[in-house]
Write a protein that binds this ligand. Sequence first.
Ligand code: NAP
Length: 274
Amino acid sequence: MNIRRFYPADLLAGEVAVVTGGGSGLGYAIARDLVACGADVVITSRSAPRLEEAELRIVEETGRLCASFPCDIRKDDEIARLRDYTNSRFGKGSILVNNAAANFHMPAERMTRRAMETVVDIDLMGTFAVTRAFVPDMIEARRGAILSITVPSVNRGFPGFSHAGAAKAGIISLTGSWAREWGRYGIRVNALAPGPVPTEGVTVNMLGKDATDVPGAFAEHSEVAALGGLGTPEEIASAAVFLCSPAASWITGVNLTVDGGMELSTPLHRPVTG
Ligand code: NAP
């Protein structure tokens, strides 16, 4: 799927976007498609080599420049450097995609304080800290779009990933609070909840399976969606681009589920073993 079949090349011209976790998986697809629609994009994550490779691939796939800057979203000093880099490279950020997360399987009865804190620190506190760093410029500009990546139906629990479920539920609440507090500044704040989309990160880190068989790791989910099959990173990215774009100018405070109708089926998020 090529995003330019749906959206014009100048949809996001003049926008400066930052995508956390933009070197891999869904973040990569979102960053690439923001670039393809005319935004100047900085991708960030902890791994500099992965970011450099992703940056080159985005240039190859879109014919437009992309920038990268390593940053651990648990560290305020690194986030401040990310903001300074973005400002000096492209100008003040007007779009922020909080996509980075680090989740792993752990039964609730064996959940340690350390595991809980690690996931909440990255997923929830990282989203808070990066947003807190970039929003003053958006408030000053009286415009901006913030999008955070969550999971569907998280109020029904997330068996095997209760730490991630709590963190994502917190992000959804922040989305509502921020939308209501910052709407007066012309800032839209939304969330996007993807259904299962085969990515290497989820296969290895969440499902604890081998990176050589990403489709196999997701096989059990492939018959659940009303539309059948699994989603693709491109299908998540096209919804993300929409929510970040002026086409969504009257949309704020939503947590948009993009899952082919999987949420309609039960049980959701069956306990994961392994
Ligand atoms: P992924 O490739 O593992 O993406 C996670 C990204 O977060 C990686 O690029 C990782 O890069 C970055 N990251 C982790 N810890 C970080 C930190 N401390 N600081 C900065 N960056 C950090 O997996 P994905 O499937 O694309 O997931 C992307 C998002 O979609 C996540 O929020 C996930 O919860 C959500 N999601 C995915 C699915 C799915 O089925 N794929 C479904 C629902 C929701 P580094 O390791 O280089 O830091």
